[in-house]
Write a protein that binds this ligand. Sequence first.
Ligand SMILES: Cc1ncc(C[n+]2csc(CCOP(=O)(O)OP(=O)(O)O)c2C)c(N)n1
Length: 741
Amino acid sequence: MFINDVEQCQWIRQKFETPGVMKFTNEEKRTLLARLVRSMRFEDFLARKWSSEKRFGLEGCEVMIPALKTIIDKSSEMGIEYVIMGMPHRGRLNVLANVIRKELEQIFCQFDPKLEAADEGSGDVKYHLGMYHERINRATNKKITLSLMANPSHLEAVDPVVQGKTKAEQFYRGDTAGKKVMSILLHGDAAFAGQGVVYETFHLSDLPSYTTNGTIHVVVNNQVCYRRRGHNEMDEPMFTQPLMYKQIHKQVPVLKKYADKLIADGTVTLQEFEEEIAKYDRICEEAYTRSKDNKILHIKHWLDSPWPGFFNVDGEPKSMSCPPTGISEDLLTHIGNVASSVPIKDFKIHAGLSRILRARLEMTKNRVVDWALAEYMAFGSFLKEGIHVRLSGQDVERGTFSHRHHVLHDQEVDKRTCVPMNHLWEQQAPYTVCNSSLSEYGVLGFELGFAMASPNALVCWEAQFGDFHNTAQCIIDQFISSGQAKWVRHNGIVLLLPHGMEGMGPEHSSARPERFLQMSNDDSDAYPEFTEQFEVSQLYECNWIVVNCSTPANYFHVLRRQILLPFRKPLIILTPKSLLRHPEAKSSFDEMVSGTTFQRVIPENGLAAHAPHEVRRVIFCTGKVYYDLVKERKNQDLEKQVAITRLEQISPFPFDLLKEELEKYPGADLVWCQEEHKNSGYYDYVKPRFRTIVNHIRPIWYVGREPAAAAATGNKNTHLVSLRRFLDTAFNLEAFEGKTF
Ligand SMILES: Cc1ncc(C[n+]2csc(CCOP(=O)(O)OP(=O)(O)O)c2C)c(N)n1
């Protein structure tokens, strides 16, 4: 890597090129040898006991173990208390055993195919699991915590997650300079060079709300060392690299080379060396015997970030209920007033912003909120309760749609800013709002890692437009959707994904809700049992929650619910664009005060609901299209004949509430209406679930745009024509007559 900073070049020269700098004392040499013994004999032991199992051994680069241990000793000496690590599969078990010091029997029992998993979830292979361990560092006698993050096969994907978790641990300790918590990332040379997320992660290092004040990167470089057995133990590298592997097989292992040298120069005797080997082999054998006593496999023992006190002693949620999410009128008013003000003196804001703040004040007086104010109320209320709130993403401080303005900029003093949210109360949790670099994969991974550190924080990542989340697909698939199933790891991250068909073109339109819904694990065909705890236990069972709120109040509630739930689940919110300023899309304080809650379904409550037997059609919909439908129904004077019911929580599917709605309108035909194309949006998800509720005897008709390859048209006229067409169908009460289903 080219470095053009003279100071950095000098530092490297001094540390690495001063003559004699690599000389060790005899004591250091003996420690190095002992550590190499462990590194080498651990792999040998696994190879002997489980000769036909993949373990991604370290052979060829055994020196990594003493290297890591030296880094940790030195860090502990310099005051580091917590090291967070991320690494690929190669050598991972060895790192767990010899660096982190996971009990050997816990590692060995992972090789027993008969062990039953005792935890919920699907589990993961042994070389992906995470680990958290507090111990005394032998070199310094100081306490040190080591955590290895669980990761998927996708090389380097864990890098930003490690950085986010490190940042959070620094943040919650007030370790602003990174003197107590640090991260180490290990890389293979091919992955390091080839995976773009490495650079996305590097790029975060200079941003104040993302920097971890330096990371130690260790590249396991096969150009310098080698892989003795190819990609893994089942591989035959001679197929493709015959000449190189002839050379590799001739290599004397590093342990033998180093031991010979130390024996020759008298640092150790042959007997001492052999005793060291025998001692470690014995440790392995004894642990192996103990591992056979393990009958059950607890993935819970492999958590990288325990949350002390959050769950009960068995690791279960303390309850299966959620209190109402509303807050007092006084709180709403107070937050509204601060959100409308400039809480520091002599601070000149832009005239356009003054108008926005005046409008907020007016809304607060009138006891109403728009989207931005509802969000303010939710965030602000948490701060009072000591819950840290972090909002990260491109341009989130102002808001992509210039609606948020959480950071005010002095128009006369360069870089002078004010965050009113941090001036709500004298004693409050901090609010972090931060514009990220132009990255999705790296930044979403970072926020996910941040959210792992503590359950008492609301961590939100907002995509500039929902479309762009797909460049972070690996974080979504490998961590957010499946993380709990694989690693028993809860995570309450919130994804805010601006979504809506507004004639803006193939991009800037769809956050691809269908992808999230397709990965939701609630069963479309199973008719659930409606117990008293159905709402919360359904949330507990699911892998994530997908919502599309049609009112600011409901957005407020769903954010509040995220923290009031007795467990954590990722929350995917399809957020609005044009609705941010839609005059109808406002909510009264009445919908947010104490005692009110999130509404999973908002039933029709107009004329149609008063005489349900006369209703000819119930249109179910979600999100923005509701406003188009209501307007069109009025235009066509069909308010008695057509009911419109909003699905606010799409997944897990509110079977209970929708059943009630369906039963209320026995004579109506049932329509699902969406503005998205038929092969996107929600239809494929909701259809089988509606059919399960009606026991397959009533059809649920589709109204919306035709299937399409691109998410949206780039032609405004085509957009409007297709809107007109599906609204016509939605209110054509004969549209489905005579059709079979
Ligand atoms: C993103 C991703 N692409 C492909 C793979 C498949 N894969 C597993 S190991 C590996 C080679 C890694 O090479 P290198 O980074 O040099 O590490 P090492 O050789 O030390 O294992 C590949 C391509 C993967 N795990 N992740």
